[in-house]
Design a protein around this ligand. Structure first.
Ligand SMILES: Cc1cc2nc3c(=O)[nH]c(=O)nc-3n(C[C@H](O)[C@H](O)[C@H](O)COP(=O)(O)OP(=O)(O)OC[C@H]3O[C@@H](n4cnc5c(N)ncnc54)[C@H](O)[C@@H]3O)c2cc1C
Ligand code: FES
Length: 267
């Protein structure tokens, strides 16, 4: 155990496809289920044979404290996630969790806007549950390329929050990007904190609009990772603090959640 992080072999309780190339995987991991905070992530390997050698970082999408399980929502990109999509119930997977800082939680009385693009909705769902529990007024903007790639919609609809949907091809909701009209929405809905996770261009665009509107914006960054807990320095990004100081930050340890205006956005 690395101070509060459990390294374990977690049994696969369930795995199924929710859309082409996108899977929901539930693991028996009582420590992670008990300890995880919204916005934290885990490192999981698809097998015990060190193939691949490094775990793959995945946002914690759902937890069931009673069952002691955590669920991730992941998309197949390369070899690691392909192997992960092929695991079977009963397999035991090397797991390190929970990791990272998680989202700072708004207090009751604040007005939040939660923006998820594609698979980026995964770490936002636990955040939405927590905001609801705290009585924070919250609206959701959810975007994807197509209707079938709008993820977790069933869960989000049960939250009883205002949801606006955007698809690139117009197959559901408004055709176009989430950022269109975002400045107006922030002003009209008197939003004072925005949370965002999704593709880098989306987070960069949201962070820029929030900066111009003078609204707090918390983004969850993705970097390639080695260890996942701050030792290998494989996930370092430049960071500009509020006082202008520039320093290096480890996305796995200092993040993955950062204030949008403090991130050096790359193309
Ligand atoms: C904190 C964090 C949380 C994440 N949460 C999720 C999640 O909830 N669901 C999900 O599907 N994915 C998530 N990712 C991305 C996921 O970790 C990568 O898709 C995965 O590691 C790719 O592994 P691979 O072996 O399949 O791909 P590789 O063969 O290693 O690479 C294939 C492609 O994936 C890209 N890639 C590799 N690593 C990352 C990375 N860390 N971030 C973004 N792109 C990457 C590569 O650039 C390449 O184009 C998260 C990443 C981080 C850092
Ligand atoms: S992945 Fe090793 S320091 Fe971040």
């Amino acid at each position: 155990m690395i101070t509060g992080i459990e390294t374990t072999r977690a049994e696969v309780l369930d795995i199924f496809a929710v859309a082409p190339g996108i899977f929901e995987l539930t693991l028996l991991a009582p420590h992670a289920a008990e300890q995880a905070r919204p916005g934290q992530f885990l490192m999981v390997k698809p097998n015990s044979q060190n193939q691949p050698f490094l775990g793959r970082p995945m946002g914690i999408f759902d937890v069931d404290k009673e069952k002691g399980s955590v669920t991730i929502l992941f998309e197949v990109h390369g070899g690691g996630t392909r192997l992960l999509s092929e695991v079977k119930k009963g397999d035991k997977l090397p797991l390190l969790a929970p990791l990272g800082n998680g989202f700072p939680l708004a207090e009751a009385g604040r007005r939040a806007l939660v923006i998820g693009g594609g698979i980026g909705v995964a770490p936002l769902y636990p955040l939405l549950l927590e905001l609801k529990a705290r009585g924070v007024y919250t609206e959701i903007l959810l975007g994807a390329q197509t209707a079938e790639r709008l993820l977790a919609l069933d869960r989000l609809c049960k939250l009883d929050m205002a949801i606006s949907i955007f698809t690139d091809d117009g197959s559901m909701g408004t055709k176009g990007y989430i950022t269109t009209g975002l400045d107006k929405l922030i002003e009209e809905a008197r939003i004072d904190i925005v949370y965002c996770c999704g593709p880098t261009p989306l987070m960069r665009g949201v962070a820029k609009i929030c900066r111009e509107a003078g609204v707090e914006c918390q983004v969850s960054l993705e970097e390639r990772m080695g260890c996942g807990f701050g030792i290998c320095v494989g996930c370092v990004v430049d960071h500009r603090a509020a006082d202008g100081t520039i320093s290096k930050k480890r996305v796995c340890y200092d993040g993955p959640v950062f204030e949008g205006k403090e991130v050096f956005w790359r193309d």
